[in-house]
Each structure stands twice: as structure tokens, then as C-alpha cells.
Ligand binder design. Structure first.
Ligand SMILES: [Zn+2]
Length: 426
């Protein structure tokens, strides 16, 4: 490790701002886009990013279909109230609610849907939420789509965790044929199982408000000696059930810390550093999509790599999801050796965070994530009411920051292309 790297590593190692920043972010609430909590967090992050970079912050306007959760209630077969939380973009039910039988498909794989195809039309489909960072995982949105295609009247997804833990996420797209959808607890799902060979009956009532709205991506940059950029990104928005501490308070706090430690060095490096705190990520990667799509092609060509931080704590082991860019492996493993902390790489293109919008344009991009293929890690609480600060180990946050500082500095200094670009994905 050269002396400049040692300076940066030392600054991160001795820092007290990293944990304080995460705690401050968590105190703003879950930062669900369109809420006061998000506005508060954005205001704070804007000032904090400007301070860290010693550079002005540009607010990049993002227009999206706003959706506000007004009410969500679910009643079980005996009229008992069950915990439920409408999924993002769910349509409202009629004022009298959706009164229908529930068909429990267990996990809700393609085979489960196929096996119960005849039972689905007109009923509310019930499936289970799965650990998101695992190779065989079936995403909520796919299950929702299958339910819709097979004629379900509604969609419920249950947390696999005991203890009245609610789960959330997005469902439809605002299309006319979207169906009412809600996340529920494991205990609520237990009350909706078949008894005596009969489907349970439930009533779901969802009230929402929809209106076009806007939010902002926050962008700040420090030029290097050459024309190219390293874009370090993390999404600031989250969900309103918990504090969105791991997903993605951790990524934002680390991005700010790395910016702070690297800023004095960047002007002497071959590539500049641009930090992007995206919003509306939890809304179909909307903020980063509009940002990358909106850049002139020549600007996109000058981005050497996107280092995207999303959920970098919850387990001590870090994985880089490398979006099909095979030669990122050499770069990443070199950095891992340098800091003495292993980084796994996983190559398939995964559209599960903002790096995807860079990769889609052929720009080398990866997502750093903790707990990949570790379903027992704290990341099992992502998208639930239990994604809170107490799940974060300070040592994991610091480890992620050390690794990210090395990766980012190395990317700014790397003497050749970090990975070969490829044609944009269709
Ligand atoms: Zn995330």
C-alpha cells in the first residue's frame, strides 16, 4: 500500500463521522420517497455531501409517479384484524374492500403457481417473501406478475420471520390491470391458511393517493487530472416500515465517509470522483435511470466505472455483483489483497440496484453488497420493519468503508481501463 493509500485508510480507520452519519440518517426515519422523512434526509445529505467533497452539490430533478399510502387494513376469516402494509404502487380497493378467498401458494415459485392454477382466478394469492441475495431467489415482483396473469384478485406476501415482522416492497407499475397488494406478517399468513379443506376468507382495504411528483438525485464532483470519472453511488431513499438502516443508510454513510477521506487526494489522481446519492431507487431504480439515460453519450463514455453501495452491512462478508464485466475481477481482487479483506465476485447481470442503469449502457459497474448467499445474516431483515440501526455492527460498517475507500481510490488511480466497455443492453 503506498503512502497516499495509507493516508486515506488511516483517515477512514480513525473516523468517528461514519457511525454518526448512519445514526443521523436512521433518525430521519425510513426515507420513503415522497415523505417528510425523505425530504429531511435529503436536506441533511446535501449539506453533508458538500462538506465532505468541498464542492457544490447539484440537485438533479427526478419526476416519477408519486404514490402515498393512506390506509391498509386486513381482516381474517373470523373478522380479526391482521397486520398488513400495502405494497408500493398498489391500486386502492373499492371503499367496501376486496372480500375474497385466499389461496396459499407457499413460497410461490413458478411450479407453485402452475400446480394451483385452477384455484387462483378471483382469489387473493398468498406467497412468501424470500431472502433477496441468494442465487435461487424468486423476486416478489415476479410472483406478483404471475398472480396478475393468472387472474388473481389480490396479492399478499408474508414475511418468513416470526415476531410480527411486516414486509414491504413495490408491486405493480401503475398499470390499469394492477391488483391490490400488501405485505403481511408470518403470523397473519398463519391465520389465512386452509382449514378443513376450505380456503380462508379475507377482506383487504387499501386507500392510496397518486399524483405525479418529483424528488432529487444529489451529485457532487471533484475533477482529477484527466477527463474520466469514477462514479461512487448509493441510494438515499428507503421504505417507511423501519429506518432503512442497512438498505441503504449504510451505503450512504460509507459514500460520505469515502468522499471525505479521498477529497484532498482526488485532484492529483488521473480520474475524478463523482458522488451520486440517488433517490427513487426503491421505485424501479428510477433516479439512477433518469440520471444515466439523461447524460449525453460523450459524458457516459467518460465514466470509467460505477461503484454502487447498497446494503453493505449485516454480514462481515462483502460481494461485488459485477454485471457481466469479467475483467472487474482482477481489479477487485487486487484491491481485496491490498486491504487484506476478501471480496467475492458474482458475475451475472442483476437489476437489483442503481449500478444496473450504468451497466445497461455498457459502463463497467458493480454493486457492493454484504451477506450474499447468507440467508441467516442480518440482511434477512431488509424490506421489513426490523431494518433498524441495532442490526448494524460498527465493525462491519467500518470494514465496508475501508474496502470502498480502497476500491474508489484504486479506480481513480488505475492506469488503464478498469474493465472493457460493452455495447448497451437492449
Ligand atoms: Zn437498496
Amino acid at each position: 500500500m503506498d503512502s497516499q493509500s495509507q493516508d486515506v485508510a488511516g483517515r477512514v480507520w480513525r473516523s468517528h463521522t461514519l457511525w454518526d452519519d448512519l445514526a443521523t440518517l436512521c433518525a430521519t426515519g425510513g426515507r420513503f420517497a415522497g415523505t417528510e422523512s425523505e425530504v429531511r434526509a435529503r436536506k441533511w445529505a446535501r449539506a453533508r455531501l458538500a462538506e465532505a467533497m468541498g464542492a457544490p452539490v447539484h440537485a438533479h430533478l427526478v419526476a416519477y409517479d408519486g404514490w402515498t399510502r393512506e390506509s391498509c387494513t386486513l381482516f381474517g376469516p373470523t373478522g380479526q384484524a391482521l397486520k398488513a402494509h400495502s405494497l408500493v404502487w398498489s391500486p386502492p380497493t373499492s371503499s367496501s374492500g376486496l372480500d375474497a378467498e385466499v389461496v396459499d401458494l407457499g413460497r410461490g415459485t413458478a411450479e407453485d403457481f402452475e400446480a394451483s392454477a385452477a384455484d387462483i382466478p378471483g382469489r387473493i394469492v398468498l406467497v412468501r417473501h424470500e431472502y433477496m441475495f441468494a442465487t435461487g431467489h424468486v423476486h416478489r415482483r415476479r410472483k406478483y406478475q404471475w398472480a396478475k396473469e393468472r387472474g388473481a384478485a389480490g396479492f399478499l406476501i408474508a414475511s418468513p420471520l416470526p415476531g410480527q415482522v411486516l414486509v414491504t416492497g413495490s408491486s405493480g407499475t401503475g398499470a390499469a390491470d394492477d391488483i391490490p397488494a400488501a405485505g403481511i406478517t408470518q403470523e397473519a399468513a398463519g391465520a389465512l391458511g386452509r382449514t378443513g379443506g376450505r380456503h380462508a376468507r379475507a377482506r383487504l382495504e387499501i386507500g392510496v393517493r397518486r399524483a405525479p411528483t418529483t424528488t432529487e438525485n444529489l451529485i457532487a464532483e471533484i475533477p482529477g487530472r484527466g477527463p474520466e470519472w469514477v462514479v461512487l453511488s448509493a441510494h438515499l431513499d428507503g421504505h417507511d416500515l423501519g429506518q432503512s438502516a442497512m438498505d441503504n443508510g449504510s451505503g450512504v454513510a460509507v459514500a460520505l465517509e469515502v468522499a471525505r477521506a479521498l477529497a484532498p487526494l482526488v485532484p492529483s489522481l488521473p480520474r475524478g470522483l463523482r458522488v451520486a446519492l440517488f433517490s427513487a431507487e426503491e421505485w424501479g431504480l428510477n433516479g439512477s435511470r433518469q440520471y444515466v439515460d439523461g447524460l449525453p453519450a460523450a459524458e457516459r463514455d467518460r465514466i470509467a466505472v460505477n461503484v454502487n453501495l447498497d446494503s453493505v452491512v449485516g454480514s462481515p462478508s462483502l460481494t461485488a455483483l459485477t454485471s457481466g464485466f469479467a475483467d472487474l475481477d482482477e481489479f477487485l481482487h487486487g484491491a481485496a489483497v491490498e486491504v487484506g479483506i476478501p471480496i467475492r465476485t458474482f458475475r451475472p447481470v442483476m437489476a437489483n440496484s442503481d449500478h444496473y442503469n450504468f451497466a445497461r449502457h455498457g459502463i463497467p459497474a458493480f454493486r457492493l453488497v454484504a451477506g450474499f448467499d447468507e440467508p441467516a445474516s442480518q440482511l434477512r431483515y431488509l424490506l421489513t420493519s426490523a431494518d433498524t440501526l441495532d442490526k448494524v455492527a460498527p465493525s462491519e460498517l467500518k470494514t465496508a468503508a475501508m474496502v470502498c475507500a480502497e476500491l474508489t481510490q484504486r479506480a481513480c488511480a488505475w492506469p488503464r481501463p478498469i474493465a472493457a466497455r460493452r455495447p448497451p443492453l437492449a
